[in-house]
Design a protein around this ligand. Sequence first.
Ligand code: TMP
Ligand code: ASP
Length: 246
Amino acid sequence: MSVQTKLYEGKAKVIYSTEEPEILLADFKDDATAFNAQKRGTIQNKGVINCTISSKLFQELEALGIKTHYIDTPAPHQMRVKAVKIVPLEVVVRNIAAGSLCQQTGLALGTVLKKPLVEFYYKNDQLGDPLLTHERLLLLELATVEQVETITHLALQINQFLRDFLARCDITLVDFKLEFGLDSQQQILLADEISPDTCRLWDTSQETDPNLRVLDKDRFRKDMGNVENAYQEVLNRILKAVESKN
Ligand code: TMP
Ligand code: ASP
């Protein structure tokens, strides 16, 4: 497969066209950014780790009947994906209060939510990805009412799967961000990635220690150290869980 034009370079991935118009190649980078790219750095081997984790999780989701953009993994840091038009929403699902939920509501870090909270943020770097109300989302025509319903349903299904799967890895799923896209038949597919960049993951057996428990990008955001080790640990545990199932 010969790689063609670079179509788009994001903060964590470069997207290339391929010989087939309906197929794109996502190349996962080691670059890390936070706070809308005000903080920049590198996490060694992150491209390979995040590509591998995302590939495994997309395969598991596909096996459950959840449609994703995933096709295959031609190289450790590269994923072939179906071309989709990304819905400009960052869909965040929260099980435990952390991050902006605590900052904006005063809820204490670690508060277990009575039921998962699904939130929509406007995927717009210039505006700093603001939290949307349902009415604003519809006003801006970012998605239709039916699409919002479908996306919410999918996000909750994905949360249920991820929580159960990660529990087998001794990892607590605090919250995570998803992106969805529309294929040429206007079908909604899960897109982007699911990785320690886009999830808050706590080591369940270290849950009472606010430093030791963090196995995700918060280590980079908050200069907590041991970032690479945390990402590698998540990968190791996920690979073990996938292997033990097969
Ligand atoms: P938040 O608490 O900062 O709103 O983040 C919620 C979740 O979304 C958390 O798991 C990290 C993830 N996230 C992204 O993947 N990309 C982003 O740009 C931001 C702000 C959060
Ligand atoms: N990915 C986002 C950025 O750079 C923010 C984050 O993950 O904290 O800017």
